[in-house]
Design a protein around this ligand. Structure first.
Ligand code: GRG
Length: 278
């Protein structure tokens, strides 16, 4: 299966939902909406929403059942990138070839746009609950992935990262929280909204953890010339890092075997995420 073709087919409803969320609204300053849209609407690969949709398909549901989770994870992803780019964190001037939000607007607006995107994610996920208990569980997944033991904690440890003291376990612990947590929430949340049972959710969780770390190592390999920060490349070199990301991808794919043919899109996306060349 071709991951890019599947993405082109399944992502348009996510794009439409994101555009609709940022339509002019009473009480929302247009400058804030502009800052929220700046990174979110041009968007990136939309990998996390795609994983949420593919997880629903893997457990036998139509992908649109996972739309609220797909939208919510992209909102959290976008918030995290805006805050990561801030002068007090990575201090980046550009992201995806465009000025970062604090450059295009100002620092306070960028902080607030990130806050608003994060909050909106939970509003979307909590709205119109069809199966209330699945939605509630998905809210919990996203909250844990975004919080102190997930993205935020991973970011704190990444900011304090000292390469000479690092080993694989330390680096992968940061990857697991900074990158894999949201990917895992996409998979488990998408599965939950698709009606996954406990065992299926745990398989999706194991898949997400392995895939998320493999994805981060692969991302570092693509940026190998930047060679800074928390990266397995720095401590183990390129060949070892590549082998490790392939081994983790294999583990992630094994976790999808139980779902059979409906998990083909999920497997294709996993391979695309780890083996892409740009
Ligand atoms: C500020 C709480 C907080 C967290 C920031 C997301 C993040 C944590 C930092 C951004 C930099 C980084 C290396 C994140 C790891 C995950 C990652 C590789 C993000 C980029 O994901 P892609 O490639 O991005 O899916 P696109 O642009 O395609 O959406």
């Amino acid at each position: 299966m071709d991951a890019r073709g599947w993405l082109a087919e399944r992502i348009p409803p996510v794009e439409t939902a994101l555009v609709n969320l940022l339509a002019p609204c009473d009480g929302v300053p247009s400058r804030l909406t502009g800052a929220m849209a700046h990174l979110l609407l041009p968007g990136g690969k939309r990998l996390r929403p795609a994983l949420a949709l593919a997880a629903a398909e893997a457990v036998g549901a139509p992908s649109e059942r996972a739309l609220p989770m797909a939208v919510a994870v992209e909102l959290v992803h976008s918030y995290s990138l805006i805050h990561d780019d801030l002068p007090c964190m990575d201090d980046d001037d550009t992201r995806r070839g465009r000025p970062t939000v604090h450059r295009a607007f100002d620092e306070a607006t960028a902080v607030l746009a990130g806050d608003a995107l994060l909050t909106l994610a939970f509003e979307v996920l909590a709205a119109d609950a069809g199966d209330g208990s699945a939605r509630l569980a998905a809210v919990g997944e996203l909250a844990r992935a975004s919080g102190a033991a997930g993205l935020v904690g991973g970011q704190v440890d990444d900011l304090a990262f000292e390469a000479p003291e690092a080993d694989r376990a330390r680096i992968e612990s940061i990857h697991a929280r900074k990158s894999a947590a949201l990917i895992t929430a996409a998979l488990v949340g998408g599965g939950l909204l698709g009606g996954a049972d406990r065992e299926a959710c745990e398989a999706l969780r194991r898949c997400g953890t392995a895939l998320g770390v493999a994805f981060q190592i692969a991302d570092d390999l693509l940026d190998a010339d930047e060679d800074d920060g928390c990266s397995l490349l720095r401590v183990e070199g390129m060949d070892e890092a590549r082998a490790r990301s392939e081994a983790l991808l294999t583990r992630a794919l094994e976790e999808t075997r139980r779902f059979g043919e409906p998990a083909e899109p999920l497997r294709a996306l996993a391979c695309y995420a780890v083996r892409r060349s740009e």
